[in-house]
Design a protein around this ligand. Structure first.
Ligand code: ZN
Length: 291
């Protein structure tokens, strides 16, 4: 038995010497660990495949494997939809802090991490040369929740569109009313709805529902557009699926509250892929006589 071990040891030594001669491996040299930078790859939340971040960006943040539309920041959205330069609106509104524990701190954290002042960014810009008033909600800002400032910005934007004869486009993305503001946040539903109703007597309002559009936003200005578009596979609904199932004591279909389900039921007019969003909006504006 010993002879077998000796033979094996001898063979290993010969092998290592041969490696040293070839300069493939040096003795006692630490093995260099190749690090893959964290910011190079990302995982698709839908199909779990790894995607090179640069590929994802050049594909408008849409998964090249399964067409999952990743959530966008308002800045990314405005860059994809508008021609270039735009004017930010209503950036100087101040929240009235409530006595909800640490609301002020959470709001400040959201402002710091997103660089935005609220859960909606409003702007005036152009789509293929046609001026528009546009609002983009931000899921990264307290889950796109609607408090008093968000509601005020939507109302002001609708009023501006009305006054200046501009079409209004709002990309919605929200968890609903901002619970930290209590009843004040619920009142934004009435305020935004009233402002949108006034605008619709005069001009065009297009809502683009993106993932997720729920709660008080889905039950107010997101649901009041002349034309309602949506991004593929977006979650669109009012209350959570489980809450509804428990209330009505029925099992809901698997695809319930998807953009596709809402399209089938007539709540949404068209599902638009992100790469066709700008051209679709541009066509709609042209068809409605905006130059
Ligand atoms: Zn994917």
């Amino acid at each position: 038995m010993q002879s077998v071990f000796d033979k094996r040891k001898e063979e290993l030594n010969e092998f290592n010497e041969a490696l040293d001669k070839l300069n493939i491996r040096k003795k006692d040299e630490p093995v260099e660990q190749k690090q893959v930078p964290d910011d190079l790859m990302t995982k698709c939340v839908s199909c779990s495949r790894l995607i090179v971040k640069e590929d994802l960006l050049s594909n408008l943040n849409v998964c090249p494997f399964c067409n999952n539309h990743f959530r966008l920041t308002p800045k990314e959205r405005l860059a994809q939809v508008l021609d270039g330069e735009y004017e930010l609106l209503f950036t100087d509104l101040e929240e009235k802090y409530t006595d909800f524990p640490d609301y002020e701190g959470k709001l400040q954290d959201a402002k710091n991490s997103t660089g935005d002042d609220e859960s909606i960014v409003c702007a005036k810009g152009k789509i293929d040369g046609r001026s528009v008033a546009i609002g983009v909600m931000n899921s990264y800002f307290m889950m796109g929740s609607m408090g008093s400032v968000c509601g005020e910005k939507v109302a002001l934007l609708a009023e501006l569109a009305c006054k200046e004869g501009l079409p209004l486009i709002i990309f919605t993305c929200s968890g609903g009313a901002r619970m930290q503001e209590g009843i004040i946040s619920l009142m934004q539903m009435a305020k935004t709805s009233a402002a949108i109703a006034k605008l619709r007597e005069k001009g065009l309002y297009i809502a683009v529902l993106t993932d997720p559009t729920t709660g008080g936003v889905s039950a107010s200005f997101a649901a009041l557009a002349d034309i309602t578009l949506a991004e593929p596979n977006s979650l669109i609904g009012f209350a959570g699926k489980r809450v509804i199932e428990r209330t009505i004591k029925e099992t809901l279909p698997k695809e319930f509250q998807t953009a596709e389900f809402n399209l089938e039921k007539g709540y949404i007019d068209k599902i638009v892929d992100r790469k066709e969003m700008k051209s679709t909006l541009s066509l709609l504006l042209r068809l409605h006589g905006y130059n």
